[in-house]
Design a protein around this ligand. Sequence first.
Ligand code: 5AD
Ligand code: SF4
Length: 507
Amino acid sequence: MEAFWNSVRPLFHPDPPGGAGAAAAERGIESADKAPDLCGPSGAVFAADPMALAGSKAHPLIAGTKVHLVTFGCQMNKYDSEMVAGLLGEHGAGFVPNEDDAELLVFNTCSVRGRAEDRVYGRLSYLKRRKSRDPGFLIAVMGCMAQKEGEQIAQRFPYVDLIVGTRQLHQFSSLLERVREGAPTPLLAIDESPKVEFGETVARRESRHMAYLTVTRGCNKRCTYCVVPYTRGPEASRPIEDVVAEARRLVNDGVVEIMLLGQTIDTYGYDLGRERANLTKLLRAMHAVEGLKRIRFITSHPEECQEDLWRAMSDLGDKVMPFVHMPAQSGSDRVLRRMARGYTRQRYTEVVEMARRFCPEVEIACDWIVGFCGESDADFEASVAMMEEIRFQSSYIFKYSPREGTPALNLEDDVPEEVKRARNQRLLDLQERISLEKNRAHVGRVEDVLAEGPSKTDPSRLTGRSRQHKLVHFPGGAELAGKIVPVRVTGATGLSLQGETVMGGRE
Ligand code: 5AD
Ligand code: SF4
């Protein structure tokens, strides 16, 4: 999936000390991600009392189990973790902040680059001793690696109890019951079931006021470097009524901002019939949800973005936020062709121009891959020039990592590691400069900031997000959490804005 991933250097959306990640870990749903995310900086985990949840659905084989869940990867994985945590919570499980206290340790995994996989293998090896000391301690692996590598994981780590692929997550708790009933382990659930269940998250979220909502699963593209189509299968969309129903539940639960998730969100609904469901229709339906104040959507694909999207964004601009995550991957047409991205640099630039024409406020975040097979110095310079020309708000930059089963394995991974590293650094430095310049231009302006909550390190300060998804720090009390607060910007770094609340509202 194209989204904000874990193994990138924490440059543009860092986890503030004691911020989202730490708060989440405290409640037992940890992000392995050192650089989360879009999800709200101070992001206290909102979790209703798990025992209060353990009502009629509490299951004797699950109730009271102490769980710790670690998420690798993108927002879509976070959503899945929240869904599984919600299921386990409903059945009476409790969540513990420290993995050493857990009776069930769950890894929600990512396959998009080798490093994310290696980290999970490392942690699984490390758990062997603990498992031999304490056979009642359960280990589960879910998500993309489970789907792709499930059988190898079962062979290499026979002491893992449960392996659940991307299309079986809604069965997680019944599979766990089977393990507890004595089913042979590792219990593998990785069939490529054609039916996609979306599940829902209400009870457990990383943030009280901001929620992710997955609207399509899978991907029908075949970018040659990418493993996602093979781990998550073909695209399947959730009907508009279902999305709206979940949005309503979330709003009742205190959510004011929803981020809609899809690998290529622009093709949302195509599998249901474009007339019936498409992104602009979905945005209009979400716009009508009472009490919902902000809507975002990721990830946009430059080949698929159409003018009607920007029109809708402009019409619905009071709620649909002017922020787009649209990965370019490269500025060189030769490389884009090898990646099978389906657009040229010129097309990308035209899409940006169109977006800016309809929504002058819009900010764009980008993903780049450096050192893809055959990337010459000239190709790389084209990416540098494009970054400079478009002036993205932020960028996630990745060194190409060959993935088994992808078409690019037939190409030679011929860019030396040092060259990949140097190119990575050059783009990071350039983006840092651009972000700083862009953020400085906001000094003196008043931004509407959704206050997420008090900063962990300094409770007299709040963190929040501006309409353009910039991170903003400002003084204020916990009573402002969940409110949209006018903040005058007084300072800027490449990573965030600082400001102070405007007394009496906007001037
Ligand atoms: N190597 C490096 N980066 C990759 N991405 C996806 N697959 C790979 C790979 N094999 C990056 C892309 C994508 C982001 C989520 O991860 O930039 O947009
Ligand atoms: Fe995104 Fe392409 Fe991967 Fe689909 S195949 S998730 S469009 S990078």
